[in-house]
Ligand binder design. Sequence first.
Ligand code: TRP
Length: 371
Amino acid sequence: MDKKDRVILTGDRPTGRLHIGHYVGSLRRRVQLQNEGEYKKMYVFIADAQALTDNIDNPEKVRQNVIEVALDYLSAGLDPERVTLFIQSQVPELCELSFYFMDMVSVSRLSRNPTVKTEIQMRGFAGESIPVGFFTYPISQAADITAFKATTVPVGEDQKPMLEQANEIVRRFNNIYGGGKDILVEPSIMLPDSQACMRLPGTDGKAKMSKSLGNCIYLSDTPKELKTKVNSMFTDPEHIHVEQPGHLEGNTVFTYLDAFCEDSDFEKFLPDYKNLDELKAHYTRGGLGDGTCKKFLLNILNDRLAPIRERRAYWEQRIPEVYEILRKGCEEARAVAQATLDDVRRAMKINYFDDVELIQEQAKRYSLSKK
Ligand code: TRP
């Protein structure tokens, strides 16, 4: 498919501020895509309804984080002139589409979704106590994607099962209702470009950055907070003296360098080395201290976060304007979703009042039978 025809769509649950794991996993890519400009439409949305599926007793948390995530989007460099930013719950057509999709997916199919399985375990939902809305969120996510006829969905690896589910639904829908035509569009996943970016570990070396583990570096962290966090990062516990050989495996500082570092950073911040390979070689050989590596990483992170902090400071002073951007985005998104739902209702033969032929045909049948 021609890049210029792509409809790019992605979103985040507003359960916390966005961290640098979100940044390398997806946010940075979205800004790149936006700046390259090779797409027909791009949507980035805040999945508040999805966040509520397991936060039903915490509406204030979700509400507050809607604005936090919006600020993070704008700070990261998403431009509302080029990308439609919207809030999921304000597009009710998504609920309608989910409702129809529910008839096309079995309980056993949903039970096999590996991401949902893990999430159920993590949240400790025992037996069948899981909320139906949470269990079925992959269906609602399929609606989020297909309502906009998205072709390209930039997300992390953990979202693969959602895309597979969406594609199954689209195929089934088109098969049953398409009459030889494709009403809905099958989306493709767009994964981060490196392993380090796929799943950035927490500063403590644990598998994933997560608010509950307190191991996140947020986009909105101050330089002081950042410094404390980088200095306390997990490295190689066996690397006690500088002259000892260090290990890269599981060494968070090097994983972050993999995700963030470019050759030009060496020129700027660590001119004794040309590139990351040289730095790694020295570290594994022995003679390179963790302190030097952490300082280098800190410089790089500050360099990347500085413009983000600056934009955040700007938008934080303009909260009503941020809401206005979201309101306009919701209106635009809604118009598109409405058009898709018109197609869907027509295909499903539930467009009673628009279907002039149907009305006339039935009228004729009855008037004939009267005679
Ligand atoms: N599930 C995504 C997350 O955990 C959020 C999301 C909801 C999403 N609907 C989507 C992402 C549609 C991409 C496309 O953050």
